[in-house]
Design a protein around this ligand. Structure first.
Ligand SMILES: [Zn+2]
Length: 83
C-alpha cells in the first residue's frame, strides 16, 4: 500500500510512514536531540543568503570548539607524561 509521508506530506512511502529524507531527520533527532530544533530555528528563520552565512559561522564555531578541546587533551597528556 502506498501512502504519503507523515512528516513532509509530499513523498510516497511504501513500507514505513516516513520517506527516506524524513527518515534522516528522525536519525538526526535521535543523535542530537533538541540541538536539531535549535539549528533549524537559528538557520531557517533567516533569508536564504543569510542562512548560508549562519551555517558557515556555526561550522567555524564547532571547528574552534573542537580545536580548543584537542589542545586541552594534548596538554593533559603532556602533564601526565612529566609526572
Ligand atoms: Zn517525508
Amino acid at each position: 500500500m502506498v501512502f504519503k509521508c507523515i512528516l513532509c506530506q509530499k513523498e510516497s512511502c511504501y513500507y514505513y510512514n516516513l520517506c527516506s529524507k524524513c527518515e534522516r531527520i528522525k536519525d538526526y533527532l535521535s543523535l542530537y536531540d533538541d540541538r536539531v530544533y535549535e539549528v533549524l530555528d537559528s538557520v531557517l528563520s533567516r533569508d536564504k543568503d543569510k542562512q548560508e552565512n549562519k551555517v558557515n559561522v556555526e561550522i567555524q564555531k564547532e571547528i574552534n570548539d573542537k580545536e580548543v578541546s584537542l589542545k586541552k587533551k594534548k596538554q593533559k597528556v603532556k602533564f601526565a607524561s612529566t609526572d
